[in-house]
Design a protein around this ligand. Structure first.
Ligand SMILES: NC(=O)c1ccc[n+]([C@@H]2O[C@H](COP(=O)([O-])OP(=O)(O)OC[C@H]3O[C@@H](n4cnc5c(N)ncnc54)[C@H](OP(=O)(O)O)[C@@H]3O)[C@@H](O)[C@H]2O)c1
Length: 307
């Protein structure tokens, strides 16, 4: 990908964007690969190829033909790429040849897996970051920002942080925004009043209103996988995987119970962190993918990627 792009950059003069004259943000966007920062923005490049042919009596018959090259360079920003879900997303993106930049307060995770060298790890707080150091050149943003705490903290990280990120992405002209939200567990409305859920729904509204035809909201329930905490790994998959299999196998019997308030606290199927990551990457790669995705739709999207 990098070599074909550097070729395109070398032989073309696409239009310039004033916002893109600073240092390259993505790893492969180093001067050796990208002679022009212009190419950071171009999902589809147009370039000319010089051709020549010999004809009796004509000395120089070289001419230029226009070639419409379908070069789609995905450059993904993962907000919270060092977290449980964020790491899985970064890994899935790298494995599918997407360039990745992660923003989080802790920066590069302490795990030392080789694929992590292919990610640009930016240390910063979404509330104070200089977006010029994060967003230029990106073709999509995935936000995993969210968490628990006091009412105020939950409103702030689940809601406000994402609203800020959506608006910054929109301002920088990023075409796609994917939000990792949460299933509502069929909870009665008075229980959905907590800062966690109200923050999530506020963030969802912002994505869907600012990105009506390309924004994606994934609503997983319990996410399982190997969660790294410092040097330890919590094997959530030991619980999540068998529960998922059991609930999926009994879904036709338990379906009538799903209309009961809060029934999804027991009945909502857990989803693997890799499936959430694959669904998120699928959303980034598929221009026609937008809207809200339920647990089952996340699994279907991930299964579609696996086949
Ligand atoms: N885990 C689940 O079972 C589950 C289920 C449903 C939905 N979700 C949702 O999925 C998302 C990801 O969950 P997770 O379990 O991966 O959470 P996590 O491990 O806590 O990851 C959150 C990430 O956000 C970063 N972050 C937090 N505050 C930040 C700030 N102010 N500026 C920049 N980065 C910040 C964290 O890094 P730093 O702390 O280093 O900044 C971390 O990388 C959340 O929105 C969560 O609500 C999770």
């Amino acid at each position: 990908m990098a070599s074909s792009l550097s070729y395109a950059a070398a032989i073309s003069r696409p239009c310039t964007s004033p916002a893109l004259t600073s240092k390259p943000l993505f790893l492969s966007a180093s001067p050796s690969h990208f002679s022009s920062p212009i190419s950071l923005t171009n999902r589809f490049s147009r370039f000319g190829v010089k051709c020549s042919y010999a004809d009796a009596g004509v000395k120089d018959n070289s001419f230029t033909i226009d070639v419409e090259a379908n070069i789609k360079t995905e450059r993904l920003v993962v907000l919270g790429g060092s977290g449980f879900v964020g790491l899985a997303i970064c890994k899935a993106a790298v494995s599918r040849g997407i360039e990745v930049l992660s923003l989080s307060r802790s920066g590069r995770p302490s795990t030392l897996e080789s694929w992590e060298d292919q990610v640009s790890w930016i240390t910063g707080d979404v509330f104070y970051v200089n977006w010029d150091e994060v967003l230029p050149g990106a073709t999509a943003v995935i936000s995993t920002l969210g968490g628990f705490g006091s009412e105020e903290q939950m409103q702030r990280i689940n809601g406000e942080a994402n609203v800020i990120a959506v608006n910054a992405s929109k301002e920088y002209g990023i075409p796609k925004f994917v939000l990792i939200s949460v299933h509502d567990y069929n909870l009665p409305s008075f229980l959905l009043n907590s800062g966690y859920f109200t923050g999530k729904r506020k963030a969802e509204s912002e994505v869907l209103s600012k990105y009506p035809s390309s924004g994606v909201v994934l609503r997983p329930g319990f996410i399982y996988g190997k969660r790294k905490v410092g040097n330890f790994e919590i094997p959530l998959n030991l619980i999540g995987e068998p529960v998922e299999k059991l609930l999926d196998a009994t879904a036709s019997f338990t379906k009538p119970l799903s209309s009961l308030p809060a029934s999804d606290l027991i009945l909502a199927s857990p989803v693997s962190v890799d499936d959430v990551a694959q669904a998120a990457i699928n959303a980034v790669k598929d221009d026609d993918c937008f809207g809200v995705f339920t647990i089952n739709q996340i699994k279907e999207a991930a299964a579609g990627v696996k086949v």
